[in-house]
Design a protein around this ligand. Structure first.
Ligand code: HEC
Ligand code: HEC
Length: 530
C-alpha cells in the first residue's frame, strides 16, 4: 500500500470518530456500558466486577477515551463497530471522566487551539511533552499503578524512544517509572474531591435557547441564537440563526452530544460550512464557552460563547466593543428581551437608534470622556464594562503569538495544508501612559492590516517571506505547497520562519504587533488530541 495514503486514512479515522455523529441514533444508555465493555474488550482484558482491567484506574476526556479505543483498534487489532465505539466513549467519559475544574486549565487541547507555549512543570517538559502536548496527559487522572503501566506501554510500543535526543542522555525508562509516575500520581491523581463532587451534583439539561456570540475566520464576528432540542439522552438537535457583523444573515443546523454532563460537542453546518463546536457548560448550565472550528481543518476557528435565555432581559455583548473618543460609530447591542432606554455609560452619547428589536439594538454613538470601560444598559438589561472608550491604540497583540503552520497539497491526494487564523487584540496605554504595563486597557479585537516578514537575518537571506504562503486581509494565513520548490534549496521546500505583522493607524500614529510563525513540513500522525 502507498505509505502516504495509509497515513492519511488513519488521520481521517481519528478525526471522524467523535465528529461523525450526524444522523446516527442516540448512543446506548449508560446501563448498557458495562455490557458493551464486556462484549468488546474481554477478548484481551480481564473482567473486574462490572468493569475490566486497565479501565478501572483511569479517568479522561471523551477525546482521551476515543484515542485509547482507537489505539486498541490500530495497534492491537480490536474489532469494534463505530456504533459501539461511540457508545463506549460516552459511557467511559460519563463514568470515568474529568470534573470541569480538572479540565479547565487544559481546554485548549480539547478545542484544538494548540498554537501556544504550554505552561508545564519542568519535571515533565523533556521527559513527556516533546512527542506530544503536555495537555495530553494533564487531561488524564490515574492511579500510580496506571501511570506506571503507561510508561511501560510507551517503551513497549515505541522502543526507539530511548535513542532520541533528551532520552539517550539519561536512563529514560527508570526515571519515568521511578520519578515521573509518582509525580503524575500526585499532580494528576485518580481520586479527587472535584470529581466526586461533580458526579454527585445534579445534572441540568442543556436543552433550550442560547444567545450566541463568536468569531469565524474569513467571516468575522457574529451573533445569533442557537436552539437545542432534546433528541435522546444527552443528544440535541440544533438550529442556529443570526447575523455577521457586516449585517449578513447566518443560518445553520446540526447535532450535539454532551459528555460528562458539561462537555458539549456539536457538529453543525453554518451557511454551507461544516463546523465543530467544543464547549464547556458552567456548573449551573447558564453559559457555555469554547471554540468552533472548521471540520476540515481544526486549527482554523474562533471563540464561541452561548448564554442561556430566560424570561429576564439580558445584554450579552456590544459589537464592536470599543469606541474611539471623538469618533461617531455604529454599535450593535446584543441580547434578549431588550426593551427601554439605551445607556452607553459616562460620556458616551447615543445620537440615534438606527434599528431595534428584542434581540439587538443598533445605535449611532459618540464618545467623550477618559479612557476606560463603560457599563451599558438597555432598560433593565445591564452589561458591566462592555464598551471600551479610548484615545489611542498603544499596543497590538497578535494572536496566536506563536504558531505553526504546515505546508500541504498540492491537490487532494496529499496532506492538507494547515493554516492559522490570526486576530489582533488592541490595548490603550492606561493611566500610566505606557504600553505593555499591567494597567493597559483591553480594547478587544481590531481591524488591522496584515503582512509577513522574515523572522531574522537567516530567514531574510533565504527570502522565507516570499515562499511560505500568504496572509489574507481577513487574517487567515494559508501556507504554500508541500514538496520541493525548484527556486529554493531542496531541503527547504516552502518551509520557513516568518513574523506575522498586524498594523493599525496611519503613518506617524502607526502601531504594530508581531507574532512568530514557523511554516513546517506536514504532520503525518494526527490524533484526536495532539
Ligand atoms: C485485541 C486485544 C485488545 C482488545 C480487544 C482491547 N484491548 Fe485494551 N489493551 C490491549 C493491550 C495489549 C494493552 C496494553 C498496551 C497499551 O496500552 O496499548 C491495552 C491497554 C488498554 C488500556 C490502558 C491504556 C493506557 O493508556 O494506559 C485501556 C484503558 C484499554 N486497553 C481499554 C480497552 C477498552 C475499553 C477496550 C474495549 C473497547 C479494549 N481495551 C480492548 C489490548 C486490547
Ligand atoms: C517518544 C515520544 C513520546 C514520549 C517521550 C512520550 N510519549 Fe506519550 N505517547 C506517545 C505516543 C506515540 C502515544 C500514542 C498515541 C496514539 O497513537 O494513541 C502516546 C500516548 C500518550 C498518552 C495517551 C494514552 C492513552 O491511551 O490514554 C498519554 C497520557 C501519554 N502519552 C503520556 C506521556 C507521559 C506522561 C510521558 C512522559 C513520561 C510521555 N507520554 C512521553 C509518544 C511519546
Amino acid at each position: 500500500m502507498n505509505k502516504e495514503k495509509s497515513i492519511t486514512s488513519i488521520v481521517g479515522a481519528g478525526l471522524l470518530a467523535l465528529a461523525a455523529a450526524v444522523g446516527v441514533p442516540a448512543p446506548a444508555a449508560a446501563a448498557d456500558g458495562a455490557a458493551l465493555l464486556a462484549a468488546n474488550c474481554l477478548s484481551c482484558h480481564s473482567a473486574l466486577g462490572s468493569t475490566i482491567s486497565r479501565v478501572e484506574g483511569q479517568r479522561k476526556s471523551p477525546e482521551g477515551w476515543q484515542m485509547t479505543i482507537t489505539r486498541m483498534q490500530e495497534q492491537h487489532g480490536a474489532k469494534i463497530s463505530p456504533q459501539d465505539k461511540r457508545a463506549l466513549i460516552k459511557y467511559l467519559a460519563d463514568t470515568r471522566g474529568l470534573a470541569p475544574t480538572e479540565a479547565a486549565p487544559w481546554r485548549y487541547l480539547l478545542e484544538h487551539d494548540n498554537n501556544r507555549v504550554e505552561a508545564l512543570d519542568d519535571t515533565y517538559k523533556d521527559m513527556c511533552a516533546r512527542c506530544h502536548s503536555g495537555a495530553r496527559f494533564a487531561l488524564q487522572r490515574r492511579s500510580e499503578g496506571e501511570w506506571s503501566l503507561l510508561m511501560h506501554s510507551h517503551i513497549g510500543l515505541n522502543p526507539t524512544l530511548e535513542f532520541h535526543s533528551l532520552a539517550r542522555d539519561r536512563a529514560w525508562f527508570q526515571h519515568a517509572v521511578g520519578e515521573i509516575a509518582p509525580a503524575l500520581a500526585r499532580d494528576f491523581a485518580l481520586d479527587a474531591k472535584a470529581w466526586t463532587a461533580w458526579q454527585a451534583a445534579p445534572r441540568v439539561t442543556l436543552a433550550g435557547s442560547w444567545r450566541i456570540t463568536g468569531y469565524l475566520p474569513g467571516k468575522g464576528e457574529f451573533e445569533g441564537r442557537m436552539t437545542a432540542s432534546a433528541a435522546g439522552e444527552d443528544r440535541f438537535e440544533l438550529r442556529l440563526e443570526g447575523r455577521y457583523a457586516d449585517g449578513g444573515a447566518l443560518a445553520g443546523s446540526g447535532v450535539a452530544t454532551v459528555y460528562t454532563g458539561y462537555e458539549w460537542r456539536g457538529s453543525v453546518d453554518i451557511d454551507g460550512v461544516a463546523l465543530r463546536q467544543v464547549l464547556a457548560a458552567d456548573a449551573r448550565a447558564t453559559t457555555m464557552k469554547g471554540r468552533q472550528h472548521l471540520a476540515a481543518s481544526r486549527r482554523v476557528g474562533g471563540e464561541l460563547v452561548a448564554v442561556r435565555e430566560s424570561a429576564a432581559p439580558r445584554l450579552v455583548a456590544v459589537m464592536p466593543g470599543h469606541l474611539r473618543r471623538g469618533e461617531t460609530a455604529e454599535l450593535t447591542l446584543v441580547g434578549s428581551g431588550l426593551d427601554g432606554a439605551v445607556s452607553l455609560g459616562s460620556g458616551v452619547r447615543v445620537l440615534e437608534v438606527v434599528a431595534r428589536s428584542a434581540d439587538r439594538v443598533v445605535v449611532r454613538a459618540r464618545a467623550e470622556g477618559g479612557d476606560g470601560l463603560r457599563d451599558v444598559a438597555v432598560g433593565a438589561a445591564r452589561g458591566k464594562g462592555l464598551l471600551a472608550v479610548y484615545e489611542r491604540v498603544a499596543r497590538v497583540d497578535v494572536e496566536p503569538a506563536n504558531a505553526i503552520a504546515r505546508v500541504g497539497g498540492p491537490g487532494d491526494a496529499q496532506m492538507e495544508k494547515v493554516g492559522v487564523a490570526y486576530r489582533a487584540l488592541g490595548w490603550a496605554a492606561g493611566r500610566d501612559g505606557k504600553a505593555g504595563t499591567a494597567d493597559d486597557l483591553r480594547l478587544g479585537y481590531l481591524p488591522v492590516q496584515w503582512s509577513i516578514e522574515a523572522a531574522d537575518e537567516e530567514a531574510e537571506k533565504a527570502r522565507d517571506q516570499d515562499f511560505v504562503g500568504r496572509i489574507g486581509a481577513d487574517g487567515v494565513f494559508v501556507p504554500g505547497d508541500a514538496g520541493p520548490n525548484p527556486a529554493r534549496p531542496k531541503s527547504l521546500g516552502n518551509t520557513g520562519r516568518v513574523k506575522v505583522v498586524a498594523a493599525v493607524g496611519e503613518a506617524g500614529e502607526r502601531v504594530e504587533g508581531r507574532g512568530s510563525l514557523d511554516v513546517a513540513v506536514p504532520d503525518f500522525v494526527q490524533r484526536a488530541l495532539d
